[in-house]
Write a protein that binds this ligand. Structure first.
Ligand SMILES: [Fe+2]
Length: 229
């Protein structure tokens, strides 16, 4: 029996942890029961897999600065939106541990905390540029025009285009943000984390040498059944 996703938690906080996922259920199978899975490969050839990415810690690498591991290696990954430089980043991401000793945690800064930290007068006007794109069209800080609160942030792949965006960047880089986030351990295959990528930020703690064989699966979803976009 697959664990249902806690829709109330997801609506309220922008993330939820499912703790009773059957070991025998594939991650893709589970994802397909809770929502509409995104085919990332169809959107970007940078992603070789159709739906499921297996993430493993790797050394920093100058040739892969377009990826998080290329920039940070085994160090902590800062709070970010996945694919923040896209005009419309994927709405949800699902993470499930495949292997690991539990020495690494994923951390999430939830939507109510974020909306409390960010002045509305600033978020309404903040604009960012994609870091490496020649496109000079600015990206709005608020991904959605219909949600009461949404945001994008990434310290690597987007850069502030105006004063309001610089203020947001300062807030995200403050220790308050990291200290306010919730740590989640994905060592057990029965644990699955679903994050609203438009309303929360997430990151990863540093990977100690002993846990470098850690791997997790990631799937993006366009929608979650039972939640209107
Ligand atoms: Fe991420």
């Amino acid at each position: 029996m697959l664990a249902p996703v806690d829709l109330e938690n997801l609506r309220r906080f922008g993330f939820t942890v499912c703790v009773n996922v059957s070991r025998s259920a594939s991650t893709l199978g589970f994802a397909e029961t809770i929502g509409s899975v995104l085919n990332l490969h169809a959107l970007s050839k940078d992603y070789p897999n159709r739906s499921v990415d297996v993430l493993t810690p790797k050394e920093k690498c100058r040739q892969e600065l377009n990826r998080y591991h290329g920039n940070f290696g085994f160090e902590e990954y800062p709070l970010h939106t996945d694919l923040a430089h896209w005009i419309v980043p994927p709405r949800y991401l699902l993470l499930r541990g495949r292997m690991g000793l539990g020495m690494v945690s994923t951390f999430v800064l939830d939507a109510p905390t974020l909306s409390g930290l960010l002045p509305q007068s600033v978020t309404q006007r903040a604009l960012f540029f994609p870091r490496q794109s020649r496109v000079t069209t600015a990206l709005s800080f608020r991904i959605s025009r219909t949600l009461a609160f949404s945001l994008r942030w990434d310290p690597i792949f987007i850069r502030p285009a105006n004063t309001q965006a610089s203020i947001c960047a300062e807030i995200f880089r403050s220790s308050t943000c990291r200290a306010s986030s919730t740590s989640i351990n994905l060592a057990l295959q029965t644990t699955t984390l679903v994050i609203d990528n438009w309303r929360c930020l997430h990151g990863r703690s540093a990977v100690p040498f002993a846990d470098r064989k850690r791997s997790i699966e990631r799937i993006y979803l366009e929608s979650i059944y039972g939640i209107s976009n």
